[in-house]
Structure formats: C-alpha cells, structure tokens
Design a binder for this molecule. Structure first.
Ligand SMILES: Nc1ncnc2c1ncn2[C@@H]1O[C@H](COP(=O)(O)OP(=O)(O)OP(=O)(O)O)[C@@H](O)[C@H]1O
Ligand SMILES: O=C(O)C1=C[C@@H](O)[C@@H](O)[C@H](O)C1
Ligand SMILES: [Mg+2]
Length: 177
C-alpha cells in the first residue's frame, strides 16, 4: 500500500499549493494538488464547478479525488482547503503523515486578497466568511494532523524548512545539495 510522503492541509491562503512543490523538490519526490486533479478530471475550473453544479457536487468530486490520491501517490500531496470537511476523508487520513499549515486571519486574508479563484470566500463579507471558516475548521485540521507548522511569519522556503524539521527530515545545508 502506497502513501504520500506528506499530505498538506490548511485553510485557503495557508500556502499548500505554494509550499507543496517546494517541499517535494527538497524531498526529491513528485507533487500533486487535489484541486488541480479535480480541475483536470472535470475539464473545468473549480469556480466553474461551484457555479454550474454547486458546492455539494464539488465536495463529492473532491472526496473521490482525495481517496484516489491517498491510495496511489507517493510524493507530496496538497489537499483543497475544505477537503477535511468530509468525515470519510478525515477517516482516510488516519495513518498518513499529515501536516497542517496554519495561518492567522490577517495573514490568510492578505494572501487570499483580491483573488476570485476561491468560491468559498466569494460574497459580500469575505472577512467574516474567512473568520468563520477558520474557526469552524481549526479543530478539523488539528484532528487529522500529525504535525502543525505556523506559516504567518515564514516565507515559503522557511515553511519548507519547518515542515522538514517537523517530519524529522534534516533540511539540507545551503550549498551542499
Ligand atoms: N508563507 C507565505 N508567505 C507569504 N505568502 C505566501 C506564503 N504562502 C503562500 N503565500 C501566497 O499566498 C497566496 C495563496 O497561497 P496558496 O495558493 O499556496 O494557498 P493554498 O493553501 O493552496 O489555498 P487554497 O486552499 O485556496 O488552495 C499565494 O499568492 C502565495 O504566493
Ligand atoms: O477552502 C475551501 O473550501 C476550498 C479551497 C480550495 O482549495 C478549493 O478546494 C475550493 O475553492 C474550496
Ligand atoms: Mg491550493
């Protein structure tokens, strides 16, 4: 049975899609992003799927994509921000190495900023939505995580160092790799 070397979870803007490829490169493994897999399989963007089919339909696609990925990927695997909402997905994550990339509300808001690529943050009050989302999901991220890394005061490469340390992998010394 294969298992991803590390699964990254966390809210929108925590940096899963940014840090994932950097982490994979440092570990010398492949990178996969569940959101990108869903878009490729559907031939549509996530906002398009939300608009035409609705969020519950997206969550079904997400559950299937993540179940496939967890059973077949061996590299770094970044999940979508809301993947942990599904109880089945949380159950499947047991036994995997799961890193929760945490981010505070101000930093997460700043990073997700003006982007329209996140339908869950669309609406009249993205600030309140983001706050609610963080509060509701924090216990869920923690329930699946085997390690937690705070990303607020770290650049993406520093997040990678912290993740490697949390995984017990020594970060290569500059200039030696
Ligand atoms: N540690 C960091 N410091 C500063 N900016 C960051 C950091 N990590 C990510 N960013 C920036 O924040 C934005 C969101 O990052 P990213 O898309 O990787 O988040 P995500 O966790 O994958 O979100 P989603 O759940 O929506 O897929 C990007 O513009 C990225 O460049
Ligand atoms: O936080 C969420 O619920 C989401 C985050 C993104 O990664 C996408 O999976 C989608 O936009 C939903
Ligand atoms: Mg992402």
């Amino acid at each position: 049975m294969t298992s991803p070397r590390a699964v990254l979870v966390g809210p929108p803007g925590s940096g899963k899609s940014t840090v994932g490829p950097l982490l994979a490169e440092r570990l010398g493994v492949d990178f996969r992003d569940a959101d990108a897999d869903i878009e490729a399989a559907a031939g549509r963007s996530i906002p398009e799927i939300f608009t035409s089919d609705g969020e519950p339909a997206f969550r079904e696609l997400e559950k299937r994509a993540v179940a496939d990925g967890l059973g077949s990927y061996e590299g770094v695997y970044s999940l979508g921000g809301g993947a942990i909402l599904a109880e089945e997905t949380r159950a499947l994550l047991a036994g995997h190495t799961v890193v929760f990339l945490s981010v505070s509300m101000p930093a997460g808001m700043q990073r997700t900023g003006m982007s329209t690529a996140r339908p869950v943050l669309a609406g009249v009050n993205p600030r309140a939505t983001y706050k609610q989302l963080l509060e509701a999901r924090l216990p869920l991220y923690r329930s699946v995580a085997t390690a937690e890394v705070d990303t607020d005061e770290r650049r993406p490469d520093e997040v990678v160092d912290a993740v490697l340390a949390a995984l017990g992998e020594k970060a290569p010394v500059e200039g030696t790799s």
